[in-house]
Design a protein around this ligand. Structure first.
Ligand code: AMP
Length: 284
């Protein structure tokens, strides 16, 4: 695996791949890698000749009161994991490399960026869309792999690629969970052991909603009440949102007769966690 820190070198390495007629897969991350990230690398390796991964803790997607400074950084361990897995290129730019003094261009997917996590984290999806647009221009991958765990992010990025006619296929991979159902996240490292137990409430709330759908309930308002009730019963958790929305527009759906995304965000202590399930015809 080749580790590269400059944009010029990364562009050159990626162009060499595609000029030789090989397919290039790309997995953007913020590091502190876990099985969720690694599943994306596996998916890329299965589908593409060459796999590039980036590790960049993107300051632009953190709000002023958020955890940019304490976000876990485990570069040596991450590098070893990616090497073991057989990633080919690792891009690890510094902040100055990505955002040199004087950079003034941002990418905003209007509307979608204000929904779900975008409503709770103003500016977050502008930061995500800007960094991903830059990374896509640097790497110019054939396929880019993202996790369903960040469902709103996936919707924003699908729209970005579509609206800007980018030549990349966005592949969204399933959520990887711990044995007790907690969605893997770099932020789980913030949780005390008690909070770690409490954090399972997110997935439990989603399972309860899924069970209600399986028993025939279709009314989103009722399903949301069921989900909120589960969160409210966990003293250690504080709800941010519980929503049932269309997977692409992120607009609320009144019933779940068609495919719907059930998404939850909650604070456990000061750690904000998210999770979701997709309710499809086959799950009923
Ligand atoms: P992050 O490093 O948190 O920005 O995540 C990088 C990529 O990994 C994003 O596409 C996430 O959606 C994806 N990801 C994070 N956690 C998981 C998970 N538990 N399962 C699958 N993908 C994940």
């Amino acid at each position: 695996m080749k580790r590269i820190a400059t944009i010029a070198e990364m562009k050159a390495a990626c162009r060499r791949v595609t000029r030789n007629g090989k397919t290039l897969g790309f997995v953007p991350t913020m590091g502190a890698l876990h099985e969720g990230h690694l599943s994306l690398v596996h998916a890329s390796k299965a589908r593409c000749d060459v796999t590039a991964v980036s590790i960049f803790v993107n300051p632009l997607q953190f709000g002023p009161a958020e955890d940019l400074n304490k976000y876990p950084r485990t570069m040596e361990r991450d590098t070893a994991l990616l090497e073991q897995l057989g990633a080919d290129l690792l891009f690890t730019p510094g902040v100055e490399e990505m955002y040199p003094t004087g950079a003034q261009t941002y990418v905003l997917v209007e509307g979608l960026s204000d929904k779900l996590d975008g409503a709770s984290r103003p500016g977050h999806f502008r930061g995500v869309a800007t960094v991903v647009a830059k990374l896509f221009e640097i790497v110019r991958p054939d396929f880019a792999f993202f996790g369903q765990k960040d469902a709103a992010q996936a919707a924003v990025l699908r729209k970005l690629v579509n609206d800007l006619d980018m030549d990349v296929e966005v592949v969204v991979c399933p959520i990887v969970r711990e044995k007790d159902g907690l969605a893997m996240s770099s932020r789980n490292a913030y949780l005390t052991s008690e909070q770690r137990q409490q954090a399972t409430v997110l997935y439990r709330s989603l399972l309860r909603v899924q069970a209600a759908v399986d028993h025939g309930e279709r009314d989103s308002a009722k399903l949301i009440e069921i989900g909120k009730h589960v969160i409210a019963n966990e003293a250690g958790a504080k709800l941010d949102y519980f929503a049932i929305v269309d997977l692409d527009t992120l607009d609320p759906v009144v019933d779940v007769s068609h495919c719907a995304l059930v998404a939850v965000a909650a604070y456990v202590g000061s750690t904000r966690l998210i999770d979701n399930v997709l309710i499809t015809a086959s799950s009923r």
